[in-house]
Design a protein around this ligand. Structure first.
Ligand code: RIB
Ligand code: CA
Length: 318
């Protein structure tokens, strides 16, 4: 039976690719998409998510709901155009306007989805955790109804990517990240520890870009993302962070996991947003599973295969 999921995201190029992967995964049943400000403003991420759902040919009935426009306690940091490009999708702005978001708020939508399938729904969080934390705080019973939370974020045993200590999603809203990680709910963390070890090669990006439909659009998105990433990192392959978090739900065996205690630094002058994890101390509560190893070839082949599948299925307006 496919695993029911709801995806909270901040498209963002890798969020866009993650959505395409999820919608092309028979192992998953996408019940809804919610958007949170992060890589781009709330208006931009909602617009971008709508474009991606159109590109994927997702049913119009699949709810897309807007969420929080910024972090819980601080001003939102400016969007990261250096990596995600103008507007958050690499400067690609399709000619056709995107589908509109459904009415309502993401916090309510996430709670409704969780309560509709007690014990069955996986919440996949691909951006700052503002929507997720707000839902857990406003509707604790809905949090308890979740099967699990699988999130892309943190850098448990490696350097951050927005500061030396912190990964971008956690740094955007450390208080929200701490609330989720300390919630006591089943949380799986897919962080930079593994996403940086599963880089998508440029030759596969180019092969996708030569295809039709959403496969070609995904290739174009990834090619631009890889070029910007190379300017910053010098690497000629690119981490598709959020897609690995989706694969952690459809194919958990692609990753190795360590269980332990975890929290997020909120006060450190130099370490604000850092994921602090203890997977060693015997007898410590172990609610959190942290991905510590990845089958890189298995993941990149899966991603290439699933994205290629769009070549004949969809027509691209991008
Ligand atoms: O650090 C990587 C994360 O930050 C990804 O979710 C990417 O989309 C950005 O939001
Ligand atoms: Ca993201």
């Amino acid at each position: 039976m496919p695993v029911p999921v709801v995806i909270d995201c901040d498209p963002g190029v890798d969020d866009a690719v993650a959505l395409l992967l999820a919608l092309a995964s028979p192992e998953l049943a996408v019940r809804g998409v919610t958007a949170v400000a992060g890589n781009a403003s709330l208006d931009d991420v909602v617009r971008n998510a709508g474009h991606v759902l159109d590109l994927a040919g997702a049913p119009d009935a699949l709810p897309l709901t807007a969420g929080m426009a910024g972090p819980l306690t601080r001003r939102r940091r400016e969007r990261d155009e250096a990596i995600h490009g103008e507007g958050g999708l690499g400067g690609l702005v399709p000619a056709v306007p995107p589908r509109a978001a459904h009415p309502g708020h993401a916090v309510d939508r996430l709670a409704e989805a969780a309560l509709a399938e007690p014990g069955g729904l996986t919440l996949v969080a691909l951006g700052p955790l503002t929507n997720v934390a707000a839902m857990l705080a406003r509707f604790p019973e809905a949090g308890r109804a979740l099967k699990e939370i699988v999130l892309m974020g943190g850098a448990a045993f490696t350097q951050g990517n927005i500061t030396a200590a912190a990964e971008y999603n956690f740094h955007c809203d450390p208080e929200a990240a701490r609330f989720v990680v300390e919630s006591g709910l089943p949380v799986r963390v897919v962080g930079l520890d593994v996403t940086r070890s599963a880089l998508f090669p440029l030759d596969r990006t180019d092969r996708l870009a030569s295809m039709g439909g959403a496969a070609g659009a995904a290739g174009e998105l990834l090619r631009g993302y890889a070029m910007r990433y190379e300017e910053r990192s010098g690497l000629t392959a690119v981490p598709v962070h959020d897609a690995l978090a989706v694969a952690a739900v459809s194919h958990p065996d692609l990753l190795e996991w360590s269980r332990g205690w975890a929290s997020v630094e909120c006060a450190g002058e130099l370490t604000r947003g850092a994921l602090v994890a203890d997977v060693r101390t015997p007898g410590r509560e172990r609610a959190v599973a942290i991905a510590t190893g990845v089958d890189a070839e298995g993941f990149t082949s899966l991603l290439f295969e699933r994205l290629s599948g769009y070549a004949d299925l969809t027509s691209s307006t991008w």
